[in-house]
Every structure is written in C-alpha cells, then in structure tokens.
Design a protein around this ligand. Structure first.
Ligand SMILES: *Cc1c(COP(=O)(O)O)cnc(C)c1O
Length: 392
C-alpha cells in the first residue's frame, strides 16, 4: 500500500522534534550537531531569536494579501537585494525551482519579438541541478531527473561542466543564455574551475547573450562572499537565489539587471504566494544579519577551520574518505563506502550531513556555527568513520 506521503524521498531514520542554533533534538532528547542545515537553508541555525521574533511580530500583523497590492516587506527586501548585488530588480518566489523558471522565462523574453531568428536556446551543464519542475529537469538534463517524464521542454543544450571550449562550440545564433551553478551542489559539491565564470562572462558579452547564475545553494554567504560569483569579479545578468535567503522560511527570488528584465512587463509573470509578508519579513532579518560588518569574514574564518579539520579527518580515515572539496562552508566529503552508510553512521554519533551525487556527504553547516561546534562536529564524524572501520 502506498504510504500516506508519496514515497519519493529516501528519509533517514531520525525523528527531529526541535532545534536550537547548530543543534537538533530528536523525540528521545538525543542531540545532533547539524552540519546539513536543512540543505543549506537554516543559514543562521535553528530558532534564531531575531528571526523568531520578526516572524511572530509579522504573524500577528498580516499574513497575506497577494500581489494584487503593494507588499511593504517585499518592497523593502527587494531594495536591500538591489543595494547589495548587481541587480536592479527582483521577482520573489516560494522556491528555488520557481526562481530558475523565472530566470529562463526572462532570458527567452529578452530575445522574443524582434522578428529575426528566434534566440531561445540555453546552454546548461552536465551534473547541474536547477529544480524539479518539467522546465528545470529539462534544463539540467540528468538521466535520473528526467527518466520517464518526457516529453521534455526543448531548447536546452548540455555541455560538460567547466569546459569552455565545449560551451563556445555550443553557442550559436539561436542561443539566448548560458545558465550555470558557480558551485554545483546536488551532483557532489563541484566548484567551477577558476576563471570559468569569467570566461563565460566574456563569451556572453561577445555574443550579446545573457549569463544566468543559479546561486540557490552556493549564495547567501555560503562560500564566504554574499554571492559566489563575487570571488570571480564578475556579475551575471540574471540570478536565481533561494535556500538560505529565508533562513528556513520558504523564499526564493530571481534577480536581474534592468536590461535583462526589459521584457517582463505587467502580466508576463506572477505568483500567488511569492514575496508573501511572512517570508519577506524573515528574509529581511536574514539579510540584515548576513550584512552585518564582519559576518562574512566570520564565515571565511570558520570555513578555513572546517576545511583544515576535514582534511585531517580524511587523512586519519583513508578507508572511509578519499577527499574533501568545495568552497567556504559548502564542502563535500568524498566517501569510499556508500555515502548514505557514512551519513547514517554520523546520525548514530549525533552529527548530520547530507548526501549528494558522486558518493559525497555534504557538509553545509549554519553560517554562524561556532569554532567549538566545528571541532565537535568533526570529532563526531571521526567516531562515525571509526564505527565504519570497525565493521570492515
Ligand atoms: C535546491 C536547488 C534548486 C531547487 O530549489 P527548490 O527550492 O528545491 O525548488 C535549484 N538549484 C540549485 C542549485 C539548488 O541547490
């Protein structure tokens, strides 16, 4: 008999009841150090007092009116995002998938209606992930994502990640955009090779096409910059963000330059819930905290410490881990046994990590995790590795 919840998820056997900071507690009161942050979502940990009080205050004031009317919090959050990024304008969504759908619609619209050969193809990358809608599985193109769901949305050309020559030969007179994750997340924490984003920017400018970034997982301070592309010194034309920006409240956004957004006039796009007052109230509080002086430097400091400790862990447990990779607090431990076994052993020792492709256990802690908690998390991962070594 099919379970009450459609069985599309392989859920770990743990029953969380509450959370505080970097810690989760199950129904028996066991503590878990959360190095997964709900897949890079709880960027300020659990039950952050400022987020709780902002959400409570908004809940007592106004929940929802729809986008038929101005939404004050949405306006304020958009202005903050515009001030802090390359963007001139923002469309709010409830999820990352929707943010990327908006990005693709915007890129197509930009080139629509000028009467010539339609420019509507988008170059995307092998191993990418942009969400689970039909459009976004078509965009990513991975076999596991698309199998059985055809016919797919046409117009996406897939090339190897990091291969600028392949991108150059895929771009033609029908290409509208190149769409890329600066750090591929779901496929196993693969940062783009150094210089790749810059090469893509140059290529886009040369052809007059749009650079679309998916910073849903790697954005919002995760790599130690507010957005990952900043460390390459480039800006995109369009960018999808989500996950961390709501600190655990569902919120996504598509950011764009005025030029790239030119086609998106009244009536071209919309969302009932997108940019809801509750979500945007929390989003503003997250932005305020992440924008505090020294916050991102703190992320870089924690990231350096975590990276070193994970490298030690890999050295000490060569039977369990073959390497560590990633950027900032977006790291991946490459496992030798099946990654889900390593992750389950971690759960046994009270530490949470997240599976990804390429047999990786993702380490994506809250951005405000303490240095002591990093030590404790790595200690527990060491115990998990030892319990696996004892088995073989
Ligand atoms: C999670 C993710 C998405 C999809 O976001 P949802 O909120 O699950 O719709 C898209 N792109 C990337 C890079 C992601 O990590």
């Amino acid at each position: 008999m099919v379970p009450a919840i459609l069985p599309t998820y392989a859920r770990a056997d743990v029953d969380f009841a509450s959370g505080k900071g970097s810690w989760l507690f199950d129904r028996d009161g066991k503590r878990y150090l959360d190095l997964g942050a709900g897949i890079a979502v709880n960027c300020l940990g659990h039950a952050h007092p400022e987020l709780v009080s902002v959400l409570k205050r908004q809940a007592e004031t106004l929940w929802h009116t729809s986008n038929l009317y101005p939404v004050a919090n949405q306006q304020a959050l958009a202005e903050r995002l515009v001030r802090k990024t390359f963007a001139d304008t923002v469309f709010f969504t409830n999820s990352g998938t929707e943010a990327m759908e908006c990005a693709v619609k915007m890129a197509r619209k930009y080139f629509a209606g000028d009467g010539g050969i339609p420019r509507n193809k988008i170059v995307t990358f092998e191993g990418s992930f942009h969400g689970r809608s039909l459009g976004m599985i078509s965009a990513a193109g991975g076999k596991k994502l698309v199998d059985g769901f055809g016919p797919l949305l046409p117009g996406f050309v897939h090339v190897p990640f990091g291969d600028i020559v392949a991108v150059e030969s895929a771009v033609d007179h029908e290409t509208a955009a190149i769409m890329v994750e600066p750090v591929q997340g779901e496929s196993g924490i693969n940062p783009a090779p150094k210089g790749f984003l810059r090469d893509l920017r140059v290529l886009c400018d040369r052809h007059g096409i749009l650079l679309v970034l998916d910073e849903i997982q790697c954005g919002m301070g995760r790599t130690g910059k507010l957005f990952a592309h900043e460390s390459e010194g480039i800006t995109p034309d369009i960018m999808g963000i989500a996950k961390g920006i709501g600190g655990g409240f569902p919120l996504g956004a598509c950011l764009a330059t005025e030029k790239a957004a030119a086609g998106m006039v009244v009536g071209t796009h919309g969302s009932t819930f997108g940019g809801n007052p509750l979500a945007c109230a929390v989003g503003m509080a997250v932005m305020d905290i992440v924008s505090e002086i020294g916050f991102l430097e703190g992320v870089q400091e924690r990231a350096a410490a975590l990276r070193l400790r994970l490298a030690d862990l890999v050295d000490a447990h060569g039977e369990v881990f073959s390497g560590v990779r990633g950027a900032g607090l977006m790291l991946g431990l490459v496992c030798k046994p099946v990654n889900t076994d390593v992750i389950a052993a971690g759960v046994g020792e009270g530490v949470i990590t997240i599976p990804a492709g390429d047999n990786v256990a993702r380490v994506l802690p809250p951005l405000n995790i303490s240095l002591q908690e990093i030590e404790e998390g790595v200690r527990r991962l060491g115990l998990a590795a030892r319990s696996i070594e004892a088995r073989v």
